[in-house]
Structure formats: C-alpha cells, structure tokens
Design a protein around this ligand. Structure first.
Ligand code: 5GP
Length: 145
C-alpha cells in the first residue's frame, strides 16, 4: 500500500522555493536544511527531491542518494557541533511519529546530560537557526577541503 503524495506538503513547498529554509547542503537528488523546531542544537533534515511520502515510496536510487547525502551532512553537523553522539532517524506514518508527509532523514546531535527537546514542538529563534546553518556550511566546506 503506497501513501498518496500531497504536492502541497511543507517540504514540497520548500523544495519548490515557495517557502524559506536555512539550507546547508544541496546536490542533484537532495537538499538539507535546519529543522525549524530542533530537538537539539544542530538538528538538520535531509530531504530527497523525489516526490515520496516515506521510505516505502522512495526509489532505490533515491534511497541510495539520500543515505549518501545524510552521511555527508551528518559529518558536517558533527564537525560543527562536536556532539557526544548523533542520532539519524526517519519516520514512516503518523503512528511512527511522521508529521510531514515527504520523506526525510533527521540528523540529531546528542549531548551528554542534555535531554532532547520535544519532537516538532517549539520553534527556534531564526537568528540562532541562521547561525547554526552557517556553522554546518562552514564545517562542510572545511571537510570538503
Ligand atoms: P517528522 O515528524 O515528519 O519526522 O519530522 C518533521 C520535522 O520537520 C520536524 O522535526 C519539524 O520540526 C520539522 N518542520 C516542520 N515544519 C517545518 C518547516 O516549515 N521548516 C523546517 N525547516 N522544518 C520544519
């Protein structure tokens, strides 16, 4: 059973440039930007450009490209924020916690003694998000050499 894709979901609109985001990475198949309601500092989303609701609707090529981009961006997030650990997660269906019906991967830095903030709960200050994006962009540039 394939979930039907809603081309007006919020990430589709970001991908079309109709809504803003703090973008940190883009290639032919994916973009990555800061989560607007981060669960921790540096929480970044990797979003395939392919129109798929979840992992079940994503092509094999799209899945490979998404994981490749997720690894690249996660390295940048780790370099920028020096967390104690990094969670990479991806939710399929509302029952699993998915709130935006366009496939995406979460990169969530974890810091010892800092509990995660709620999922999709509290909007981060835009100035802070911008600074965080700049840190990831700089780290990715450094890692690329
Ligand atoms: P999901 O619950 O679908 O796995 O994750 C959706 C994520 O998108 C949540 O972490 C939420 O904070 C984030 N989010 C929701 N709306 C927006 C938005 O308009 N811009 C950005 N950058 N992130 C969003």
């Amino acid at each position: 059973m394939q979930a039907e894709y809603d081309s007006n979901n919020i990430f589709a609109r970001i991908l079309r440039g109709e809504l803003p985001c703090f973008k940190v990475y883009e290639d032919a198949d994916t973009i990555a930007f800061m989560d607007i309601m981060p669960q921790s500092d540096g929480h970044t989303l990797v979003v395939p450009k392919e129109q798929a609701v979840d992992v079940f609707g994503l092509s094999e090529a799209g899945a490979a490209a998404a994981i490749r981009a997720t690894q690249i961006v996660a390295r940048g997030v780790r370099e920028a924020f020096q967390p104690d650990g990094v969670v990479i997660s991806q939710f399929n269906g509302a029952a699993a916690g998915q709130t935006v019906p366009h496939i995406h991967f979460h990169i969530v830095p974890r810091y010892v003694d800092q509990p995660l903030r709620g999922h999709a709960r509290q909007q981060q200050d835009m100035g802070v998000l911008k600074q965080h994006a700049e840190r990831v962009i700089a780290a990715l540039a450094k890692l690329k050499g």
